[in-house]
Design a protein around this ligand. Structure first.
Ligand code: FMN
Ligand code: SF4
Length: 434
């Protein structure tokens, strides 16, 4: 049985309080680190641990911190990305609501590492309860002296503010988030320069996901060597939260060492496919990641294993679809989301997502042609790699993979002039969102 780090207190309603956290060794890693480690040594330890970003791209955390130019006279900022808007993803929300002090301790340690004295938590506006819990936890941490001036008598000062977002998916993208935090519309910036060099208020800025930062106290408490042995291998290390939703008997949040087998996750831990139906498809890492067929799911849920079969770990939000799912309708649903959330700055994303929605609407309502199926793939291909931020790719990747892996089903919609799965979509307008 593996040890739990994030979910171990899931049944305890007091886990979010500072008394509970302190009673279970909380803030000891911070106390030890501020006494024994110089900031550079914290970066080295995190590099050695193998920790990679849990927000989607899987970039090595210590390496990112090392990019911050310490000779830049501007202040350094750290932003905790708590926007969590990827469909199928609900892991950060758990940490925010149940283990806010783990996250705050991680923020203080990470800020110390990069010589930052002002950190922000950018939280999705809809997470009202979570934001309130965080504000309360921060007040508790300030009262105990774990946040504020001269933390643990070390001379190190840090202020942390919670900023509530307006509820736009694009504000989870790091540069859109920075713009939003600066009080502007959340329009992503061209990179380079990367935020570590030019970020918030034109100053060096590190942005990390909630789960990424919540791993840091573990690393500093037990050491990089210990940490790097959890998971598939040192490049895919640490504990990991996995979200499972869709057609399973027990959807929910699970914790395993990085590299949990996807098939085992679905059939043994999430209770198998709903009503003993046949499995049709799995989106492994949140809605942006390419879909997998049933014979592809015997795979380790880590960065490199999923990459090797053409998909991604992403935000580790597995969405399970059974035989009753219409793949055209499922993609239509996803693409409506992306078209709605596109910020509109770049033509391929703004126009491409809109055209994909139109084509999918036609196909799902039995009005499409075989050419439309090819055009859909074409449009997706023309978005990829041609946009300011990765939202364009995030919209295009599912479209490409759905059409490639379920082409026959797409074609069947054109032959039968209706949806062959749900059957009642032949008349335009039966779907409220059409
Ligand atoms: C459209 C879009 C939405 C994103 N939303 C989130 C989000 O809600 N939370 C998050 O941590 N990262 C999100 N990301 C990834 C961030 O841009 C960034 O890579 C991440 O916060 C870095 O943290 P990490 O290195 O700890 O993973 C999003 C990226 C894109 C393109
Ligand atoms: S890819 Fe889409 S969301 Fe990203 S900047 Fe361009 S238009 Fe905006």
């Amino acid at each position: 049985m593996h040890e739990l780090y994030f979910l171990k207190n899931r049944d305890n309603p007091e886990s979010h309080t500072i008394e509970f956290y302190l009673g279970h060794g909380g803030y000891e890693a911070l106390k030890k680190t501020l006494k024994q480690f110089a900031p550079k040594e914290v970066i080295e330890e995190v590099k050695k641990s193998g920790l990679r970003g849990r927000g989607g791209a899987g970039f090595p955390t210590g390496i990112k911190w090392g990019f911050v130019p310490q000779d830049n006279p501007n202040p350094k900022y750290l932003i905790c990305n708590a926007d969590e808007s990827e469909p199928g993803t609900f892991k950060d929300r758990y940490i925010i609501e149940h283990e806010p002090h783990m996250m705050i301790e991680g923020i203080v340690l990470s800020s110390y590492a990069i010589n930052c004295h002002q950190a922000y938590i950018y939280i999705r506006g809809e997470f009202v309860a979570g934001a309130d819990i965080l504000e309360k936890a921060l007040a508790e941490a300030r009262a105990k002296g774990f946040v504020g001036k001269n933390i643990f008598g070390s001379g190190y000062d840090l202020n942390i503010n919670v900023h509530r977002g307006g509820g736009a998916y694009i504000c989870g993208e790091e540069t859109g988030l920075i713009e939003s935090l600066e009080g502007k519309r959340g329009w992503p910036r061209l990179k380079p320069p990367f935020p570590a060099i030019v970020g918030l208020f034109n100053s060096p800025t590190i942005i990390n996901n909630v789960e990424t930062l919540a791993n840091v106290p573990l690393i500093m408490e037990r050491g990089a060597d210990w940490y790097s042995k959890i998971g598939s291998n040192p490049k895919n290390a640490g504990p990991k939260l996995y979200c499972v939703s869709g057609h399973v008997n027990h959807p929910g949040l699970f914790e395993f060492p990085l590299g949990m087998n996807l098939k085992e996750l679905i059939y043994e831990h999430a209770g198998g496919v709903y009503k003993a139906h046949q499995l049709k498809a799995v989106i492994p890492g949140g809605s942006s990641t390419p879909v997998l067929l049933p014979d592809e799911i015997d795979v380790a849920m880590d960065y490199d294993s999923l990459m090797s079969i053409g998909t991604m770990l992403g935000s580790a939000g597995a969405i399970v679809m059974d035989e009753t799912t219409c793949m055209v309708d499922a993609l239509y649903n996803l693409e409506r989301f992306y078209a709605h959330e596109s910020c509109g700055q770049c033509t391929p994303c703004r126009e491409g997502t809109m055209w994909m929605v139109k084509l999918l609407s036609r196909l799902e309502h039995g009005e499409g042609t075989v050419d439309d199926v090819d055009l859909l793939k074409d449009v997706a291909g023309n978005i990829m790699g041609r946009t300011i931020c990765p939202l364009g790719d995030a919209a295009a990747m599912p479209a490409k993979s759905f059409v490639q892996k379920f082409r026959d089903e797409f074609i069947e919609h054109t032959r039968q002039h209706r949806c062959p799965i749900t059957k009642d979509k032949s008349i335009k307008g039966t779907d409220a969102n059409a």
